[in-house]
Each structure stands twice: as structure tokens, then as C-alpha cells.
Design a binder for this molecule. Sequence first.
Ligand code: G6P
Length: 611
Amino acid sequence: MCGIVGYIGTKPAREIIINGLKRLEYRGYDSAGMALINGEAKIFKCKGRVQDLEDMLSGSEFNGTIGMGHTRWATHGEPNELNAHPQVSFKGNFIVVHNGIIENYSLIKKHLQSRGIQFSSQTDTEVLANLIEHLYLEGDLTAEQAIMLALNRVEGAYGLVIICVKEPDRLFAAKKGSPLVIGVGDGENFIASDATPIVEYTQRVIYLKDDDMAIIKKDELILKSVRPGKIEPEVKQVDLKIGEIDKEGFPHFMLKEIYEQPRAIHDTFRGRVLPDHSGIMLGGLHGVLETISQSERIIIVACGTSWHAGLLGEYIFEEYTRIPVEVEYASEFRYRDPIIRKGDIVIAISQSGETADTLAAVKLAKERGAMVLGICNVVGSSIPRETNAGVYTHAGPEIGVASTKAFTTQVTVLAMMAFEIGFLKGVINAENYKKLIDELAVIPEKIEKSLKANEKALEIATKYQQTKNALYLGRGYLFPVALEGALKLKEISYVHAEGYPAAEMKHGPIALIDENMPVVVVATKDDTYDKIVSNIQEIKARKGLVIAIVTEGDEIISRMADFVLEVPDTLPVFSPVLAVIPLQLLSYHIAVLRGCNVDQPRNLAKSVTVE
Ligand code: G6P
């Protein structure tokens, strides 16, 4: 969602903030703004992207050594200059940037309006700015006292950075629900929604916790709690290199991240697979493995692409551990009073580790006594900090809004977990265990080969770029891949696409099939191969256009389909991570050919930190 960057030190803040906002632009990009302090405070904001803000700033010489910036993803109020952040309080004393939603804003707004306070935007953030100012003036408080008091009156989620123009030697920051990270420098400090804008300057960070409030000066950091209680700051080292957040010659982050998958998957299992392939050891599950293997039920919660990985988790866990699994959309799970029994294990899957609904589902499951595990990519993010144990995917930063390497590494982690537990339970024997691990070890190489489908994917994309609809079909392990392929196309090229279990086609989607309907069939070799061949015949009999993902050397489907994209042969459990590659490439090329903004598709955000 929205991205925040703040700086206080001795260097010109403007450049640092613009660079930081560019790194955070994947989070929100419908408007952008900045506040700079230099004797006086100046606000610059505009509708559009960070580049528009930079162009606007080029008309001004104004700079300062303290400031903050924001990229917005609209919740309250349409994207325009008035609603862009920073928001300024009615007397101009408080300047606020905010990520999150103030849920009781309309009640507070009415109260403030009844006291004669005027509003100039439709945002919940301005309500907060005005509440702070109102308390500040009415109670004759310090800025810190007014902010604390206001935060005790608002409900909802926030990551906030606030400047009080009367105390221009400090930034105030506060967190509840939406992430904020402080970068600790020498004679300078930073604050941002995640570590990506900070690592260029310092690797020392403090992750703010819910209800933390920070007073950030250039050479002093004070951490307080909005609720009573003392806080010990915990400085951590971030292991993030600046190269990892650059495009490295690729035209888009998404393409770079697709091509990174061999390395990403290798990093996911590196150090976790024993050198002789005789076993898997997931350090993050140390001490809880026995409990997991004795559990009676596993519930997987996630959103978006991570939910698709979760669905694969159900298939993989049930096959290799024989533990029943349910997969839930986090947003449904948390609001429907779910039954959680003693002995249930809840696994939350999230690339960002910040998705608000997944985080809330984790908290609910914990409250109800479940052991909660996380499969996350961003180290130190909120979900891993809430869970009892977990496994990081180690995919490296994923910047493209459409998830690619996060998906394949999540599936890799789920497979490793299932194999380790299955072996412990005796569901998998030593010989099979070794066979599975041997295959896991060659998956990066096989993904390299799957990437060779790129040219063909471009050719197919060129032919079908104007299509308005597409159907994706798969069976068994390949059904969640069909869902993921359809989601990729929708997300970045705005083409309506649906994923279906291939056999369900006869119960509805078959009515849509005609000579204009591309049907992408994920049909690599497995136990249901013959069945999917029949499904393809049914599509062809209705003149549908078939694009099939097949195992290298497949002659049967190659003769029937209009186009085939080949991936190497593998065990069925690994077929999703290979078969999804050509689908990622296909949607990438279609989006580029349609002139869409691949890395920042309209209306979508990388990390959905509002409910
Ligand atoms: C957003 C992103 C998706 C992502 C989903 C879940 O919708 O655009 O790419 O799959 O959130 O995010 P998470 O970080 O929890 O995996």
C-alpha cells in the first residue's frame, strides 16, 4: 500500500527521499508528496508517480536536511493533489504522512467539524492531523503529548511520520498494523515502510512494533509506547544488498524476478538439504517438528498468489504427510468465527509478511490456541514476528507487484516441510525421501530449461494480445497452477481470465468456448494425463484455441494443440514450479504488448496493508 520515507541528518533530504520513494513505488503510485523543512516547511505534492513529483520539484531550489515523502494507494478519497500526502493540520503546525486506515475517522471528523474545524481533503489522514492539532492547541500540550493522546483515540491501522513545525529538530513516528522501519545511521537517521530505501545508507535497523512511537532526531532515537510501558530498542542487521533491488538490465522487475527463479529456489533449499541428500533440516521448525507431525489438521491461510501456493500446500501435505489440510482465504477465515481445535496447526503464507488480513488471521489463530507457523519472504516483517515458528523463503526482494519467485519458493518450502514431516511420520520411506530430495536439487536447472519457453511465449503473446478472455485449466497439482496463470494475466494485462479444474469445464466454462477463446491447458505428464488429453479433445471439438504446457517431447498433445510450451520432465509434486514459468512469461509478454505498466499494474499494491 502507501510507501513512506523520512530523513533527518546533515545531507540534502530531497534527493534521499526521492530515491527512497522510487524504491517504494511498488507499494503505491497514484499520487506522491514530500515535506521539507528549512527554516520554514514546504509541501510538494501531485497526482501521479514519483517521477511526476520529481519533475515538479525540479522547478524549485528548496531543500532541507529534514523531510519526509509518501507514495499513495488511495483508500479514502480519489487520487488527486488535495488527497495526496503529506496532509497538514488546520493551523499548519502538524504535517503527516500515513499508511493504513483510521477506522473511526468519520466520528472524529464530525466532532472536529462541530468545533468549527474545516477540512480540505477527503482523507482519514487529515482527520488525524487535525485531531492532533486540536488536542495540541486546546490542551496546551507538547507535540509528543498531543500525538500520544490522539493515537489513543483513533482506531484502525497506521504507519505514521509526523513533523511538528514548532519542533523542527525531530520526526515523530508511530506504528500500529502498518510496518515502519527505522534506519540507524551516524549523525543521521531514516524511517521507511520497509528496509529497501534504507539499506543504501545503513544496514542497522529497528523494526517498530505495534503501539511503538519513536522520536527521531539526527543523533538521538527515543522509543516509547503509545500505551503505558517501557520499550527497549532492538537494533538488527539487515542482509539486503542494493543490487538486489535494482533491475540489473532487465526492462522490468517482473522479468528479472522470473529469471531469478533458479537462483531463488536454490537459495530456498541451500543449507537446508543435507549434502548427501539424505535429509532436509528446516532450522526454523526446530523444536516444533514433532508437534506438527502429530497434528490432526493443518489450516493454511493466505491471500492472492500466496493462497495459490497454499492450495498446492494442501495437495502436497495430504499426499506426503497424510495430515488433513484446509486452505482458507485469510480475509474469510478471520471474519467467520472458524473452528480451531487443540492440536491444529495454522500455516500463514505471505511474501511480504505484512498482508493485513493474513496478519489478523495469524493473531486470531494464536488467540484460539493454535500453533502458528509462517512461510514468509521478508525477513523481520510482521507475520514472522507474530508466529511461533516458520521458514523464510529467501527469494530476495520481490518488487514487481505480480508475484513470481515468491510463488515458486513458497511451493518449494511447502514441499520441503511436507517431506521432512512425512519422513518423520514414516509416510515416506528413506528411499523415496532421497528420491524427492535428489529431484529438488535439480529443480533450479530444470527451471533454467523452462525459461527457454520465453521466445515461444512471446510468439503466442503476439498472436493473442488482443484477446478479451482466456480460460486456464489444470488437474491435480496443475489446477492451482491454472489459477495462478489466470491471476497473472488478469493482474498485469487486464484481460479477463479464469482458472478451472479441467474436469469442471463441462459444468459451465465449456459454454464459453468458441474459435475466439484461448484455452491454456496445463498438461504436463502425470497420473491424469489421459484425462486431460480428453479435455483437450473436447475443447478442440468446439473450435477452441489450445495453448498447452506440456512435458518436453510430448507428441500426443503437441499434435492436438495450437501451440505448446515445453517444460522438463519432473516428479508430479514439482511440476507446478516448472509449469508456472511459461505462464508467467506469457502474461508478461501480453502485458508488455498491450502497453500495460507491468511492475505497477493499476489499482494493485504489492503489499496490502489495509483490510
Ligand atoms: C497483493 C499482491 C499479490 C500477493 C498478495 C498477497 O494482492 O499484489 O501479488 O500475492 O497481495 O501478498 P503476500 O505478501 O501476503 O504474499
